[in-house]
Design a protein around this ligand. Sequence first.
Ligand code: ADP
Length: 370
Amino acid sequence: MPALSSESTLQLLLFVDERHSARDLVEELEEFIEADPESGVNLQIVDVSDRPYLAEHFKVVMTPTLLRITPLPRQVISGKNLLSKLKTFWDDWLVQARINASGVASGHSGLADSIAYSTELIQLADRLFQLKRDKEELEEQLRFKDRIVAMLAHDLRNPLTALSLALETIEVGGEKITPKLMEQLLQHARNQTKIVNAMITDLLEAGRGTNKEFHLDLRKIELDKLCHSVVNDLYFTNRLKVKEQELVVDIPSGLPLVFADEERIRQVLTNLLGNAVKYTPVGGKIVFAVLDRTSQKTEVSITDTGPGIPPELRDRIFEDRYRIERDGNEDGYGIGLSLCRRIIRAHYGQIWVEDAGKQGSCFRFTLPVY
Ligand code: ADP
């Protein structure tokens, strides 16, 4: 919206909503005003759904409403036949505007002051609205961080409990502990420390990821809708048909919202489903499932009946440009999974692959719920 011009002597604000009829009114009004370019009229349009605070400030209770800002006193025309009502006042308004303008020219600053005031007021109202929005967004992010801290504390407690159990067993076991059992317990303890360590590394990377690598546009999203839109994408339905593969979709309704960057998560889902289709032979089966795992996490799993991932490569496939040699004939650059991992980590989630029953791989990732 252009700023109010102090050159104009008649300042009008038109409050409209998004209805089709509003567009016609705006056009008619602009045409009417432009028919007399010498009149010095400045008309601004305010869509009340975009700027409800302006309607509130000017106490506009219905649309359309035309407000004469200057010359003072303010006047209001509302409702149907607005243009014909305006025409009845028009000549009077122009005369009053001219009288006011000549007042300014002869040293009375009332009009200029009032225009400056209106301009400033509209700018302040805009700024205030923006600040309120920023504040809400920041509060939302703070709430999300609080939940993440609670979730991480909960996650860290599991390996630590297992670790302390192993240590206690060693402590109280005394002579009953054979060298073999001792070795097993120590190995168990070492494994739990590794898990804690890996979680801390992930956490540090997530912090770095959110700040630098990606500009995540975090919002409350409905994961079920997003998943449905990915699995129903024409690209996949076509590819599944070509490879004669069966896709089983198990997405429960009533899933909690997740706080995530919708497009980034779409990228992850597309990569994982794309891989499942690519690496599963003709006639295979793919299961796409979402699970409301705990009150803090939602889990997505994509299971296929392809060749599976050998246990020793289950970390490596998430590295940049890593491809299993056997798959050299398939299209690809080995970057899809590493991108998925970066995205999921940046959301404070986890991603991994495991066996899928008899044959195939099962890729899983978690996202914190909102
Ligand atoms: P790309 O598929 O482009 O090679 P990715 O990063 O997506 O790259 O995957 C890395 C590697 O992991 C692949 O090259 C493939 O060897 C293996 N892989 C990924 N998904 C599957 C799957 N569903 N089944 C079997 N192997 C897979």
